[in-house]
Design a binder for this molecule. Sequence first.
Ligand code: FAQ
Length: 337
Amino acid sequence: MYTQSFNVPDNAGGKTVPLAPSIEDPVLQAAFDTRIDADGRIEPQDWMPEAYRKTLVRQISQHAHSEIVGMLPEGNWISRAPSLKRKAILIAKVQDEGGHGLYLYSAAETLGTSRDQMLEGLHSGRAKYSSIFNYPTLTWADVGVIGWLVDGAAIMNQVPLCRCSYGPYARAMVRVCKEESFHQRQGYEALLVMMTGTEEQKAMVQDAVNRWWWKCLAMFGPPDADSPNSAQGMRWGIKRVSNDELRQKFVDATVPQAKVLGVTLPDPDLKWNEERQHYDYGQIDWNEFWETVNGNGPCNKERLATRVKAHNQGQWVRDAALAHAAKKQARNIKEAA
Ligand code: FAQ
């Protein structure tokens, strides 16, 4: 299993790419560059180039939206969990994902973009969220497979982000990764139990693995050669490991787990390459990925509609909290007078 011990070396990745010259303030830019080159942290009060700020807001808000929309596919199974134990675990997991979204919105707010602005981007369909959450959860085995593979892929991507150059994002990720590790293990354990069950249960697990495997590989984003944000993201120490490298690490870590579980990963080209000391794997359907990212996946419309409805239905809670805060403030002022 992957844990906090998965780490990346200092100075990993793109320090060979020259930093973009600043047209904003050469002196402040030089101080920023020095700190980035020393693998130091940038904090909210520090000067930063606008492009760095913009990239962080793009990535962190996309990440926050993924956590929030990511509550929906598994949330659909809370009322149908097969036992009280599984229901309690699933409620806690879905709630954790909501918490991750909130840490991340808070981290993005330190960059000067309000949560309302970010939510407006999500609800209007302008902002992205992870492609993986636009697929349906057809059986209970999907819940286990999401824990094992989707959380597994998320951890692989997110552990290096614990050392991201922007302090609030890095700190949020430490806590997120600890929780995601539990999520991954609970999913794997649920599947292990099903694999000791009936033939129907085993077939259900295999079917879920067949449907989710390729989508999980695509989660890491486009191949490095087609990833417009990677070089700069790595140069700034936001991303530490490239999309393709993370995908490979995920495949290498998952193949032995699939063997222990007793399922087949649905890829005839998956085989150990002695020379590379990695598993080779087949072609990902990037057309399908981009269709899904661009709003045309099987559940995009349903997910967005559910999210917007939930947000609107929660308006009274936000109004009540604001009214209470205003009354409390008025009372405090009166008492102090
Ligand atoms: N889906 O140039 P790159 C989770 C976009 S959380 C949709 O490579 P970048 C927890 C990308 O935004 C899962 N869009 O971009 C959980 C960009 O478009 P833009 C989310 C994608 O930023 C588990 C364009 O393609 N995790 O699962 C995807 O350098 C279970 C070009 O791509 C994170 O967000 C995609 N899969 O690298 C919850 C981690 N991939 O923005 C519930 C943080 C790429 O220019 C249940 N994010 N795009 O319009 C990252 O590490 C990066 O943003 C990447 C993309 C790696 C996702």
